[in-house]
Each structure stands twice: as structure tokens, then as C-alpha cells.
Design a protein around this ligand. Structure first.
Ligand SMILES: [Mg+2]
Length: 257
């Protein structure tokens, strides 16, 4: 359970494709399940609203027939860490800025990959808010969703208690993500870091959600460091400022009539 800390800033981060280079669930679906073509059709269906993330994700994972422990070993062999994450994480610990992983993936996979890629201490320290897995006796397995939402795990829910804190105790809230599973969290924080060239940017552009684009965690590290030190403002970091402001004006006009 997350408890409100007296901290200056917090970073909530997606795991797959954000802290890691490859998305581990896409990787399993593409290489151990029914493959990339079908997976991309389902990604598209989620973006255009014709399918829930929850249903699409279950469909993909059900096509993976390998026993769960073998899936973990397979992923440990292939999934790589973002080149800037380890340094950023070290800095965040020294600076007292909590990092919380909020993922639509499965906790045992994230824990195993964190231990391998960043270290056992990081794996045991970083809070992971994610879905779980039910491994049956015959080795088959099913994802166990965290909540009843169409996302399976509505990522905004663990951020809201912090976003709703009174101004004097509310930390600056940052979020980093790359994909469709981040849609539910995209609007909850003060600054959203969205990965270059990914679906989350498409969504932010369409919905005029303010964001700052990142290529690797080095960009996130630099930006958060500058903002926390007071050298830069959140406002100045937003890339689609004019569009986002125009959308807000439009929304307030609608609600006032
Ligand atoms: Mg992702």
C-alpha cells in the first residue's frame, strides 16, 4: 500500500518499453505466441476504441503456451534495460525521489527482470504496482488483473491519492510511459514523459494531453533534475503547450454553458 511521503517529487513509470527497451509482453506474444501481425491488429483496436486493453491483452497472453518459469527465463535472456535508467534510479534514491513502477504486465516478471537488469536491491526496494499471475499445476498460467476496469489495471488509481493531497504536502508528480496501457494515467500527473515514436504520443496529440517527449531515461533524468532544482519549470517542459492550452479553453467554455 502506498503511503503519502513528505517528498518533493515522485515518478510513476511504466515498465515495458519505458524502463526496458523491448516490451516483454509484446516480445512473448511475437516470439512465443501468435506473432506480431495479430498483436498489432489488436493494438490498433485498442487505440481506436473498438476493444478494451484488458480483452486484447488476455487474448495475446493466451496465445503464449510456454510454462511461466520458462517465459521468465526467456525474457531474462532477451529484454534489455533503457541505457539511462540505472543512473537515474541511483540519483533518485540519493535525492529522495520515490520511483513507483505502474505496469499492466505481471509482477513476477518485472521483479525478475529488475533483479537481473538493475540489481537485487532495486528489485526488493522499488514499489511495483502491477497485475499478477496464476500458475496452475500443469504449468499453464493466466494473468490476474488488478481491478475490474477495461484496462485490467487502471494506472490512474495509484496516482490519484497523491494528486489529491493538499497543495502544501503534495509532491510534484511525474509519469513516464510509451503505450496504450498508459492512457489511464496520462492525465493524472503534472508532467508526462512520452516515448518518442510510440502510441502514447499519438494519443496525447489527438487528445491534446500535455507531454514532454523522451528518447531514453537520460532525458527524463536531466529534465526532472532541472525541475526539482528550480532551474526549469514544468510549464516550459511541455512540448504541445499551445495545442493543450487551446483544448483546455475549449473545455472550460463547454462546461460554463
Ligand atoms: Mg509500455
Amino acid at each position: 500500500m502506498l503511503v503519502a511521503p513528505q517528498v518533493k517529487a515522485m515518478l510513476f513509470t511504466d515498465w515495458d518499453g519505458t524502463v526496458t527497451i523491448q516490451d516483454s509482453n509484446d516480445y512473448m506474444t511475437d516470439n512465443l505466441g501468435y506473432g506480431e501481425k495479430r498483436r498489432k491488429e489488436l493494438n490498433k483496436a485498442v487505440l481506436d476504441g473498438s476493444m478494451t486493453f484488458r480483452d486484447s491483452f488476455s487474448d495475446m497472453l493466451q496465445s503464449v503456451k510456454k510454462p511461466f518459469p520458462e517465459c521468465i527465463e526467456y525474457l531474462k535472456e532477451h529484454i534489455e534495460l533503457d541505457p539511462g535508467f540505472a543512473d537515474f534510479y541511483k540519483w533518485s534514491v540519493e535525492s529522495g525521489i520515490p520511483v513507483v513502477i505502474v505496469s499492466s504486465g505481471m509482477k513476477p516478471i518485472i521483479h525478475a527482470l529488475l533483479a537481473k537488469l538493475v540489481g537485487q536491491k532495486a528489485a526488493d526496494t522499488i514499489e511495483i504496482v502491477a497485475n499478477d499471475v496464476d500458475v496452475h499445476e500443469d504449468g499453464t498460467w493466466d494473468i490476474v488483473y488488478r481491478d475490474e476496469s477495461g484496462f485490467g489495471h487502471d494506472k490512474s488509481r495509484c496516482i490519484k491519492p497523491f494528486a489529491e493531497l493538499p497543495d502544501e504536502s503534495r509532491p510534484m508528480l511525474f509519469y513516464a510511459g510509451d503505450g496504450v496501457s498508459d492512457l489511464s494515467a496520462a492525465k493524472e500527473t503534472d508532467l508526462l514523459f512520452a516515448k518518442v515514436g510510440r502510441d502514447l504520443i499519438t494519443y496525447c496529440e489527438r487528445e491534446a494531453i500535455p507531454y514532454h517527449v523522451f528518447h531514453s531515461y537520460k532525458d527524463i533524468h536531466e529534465k526532472i533534475k532541472a525541475i526539482v532544482a528550480g532551474e526549469e519549470t514544468i510549464e516550459s517542459a511541455i512540448e504541445n503547450k499551445n495545442k493543450a492550452a487551446a483544448q483546455e479553453t475549449l473545455a472550460s467554455h463547454h462546461s460554463s454553458h
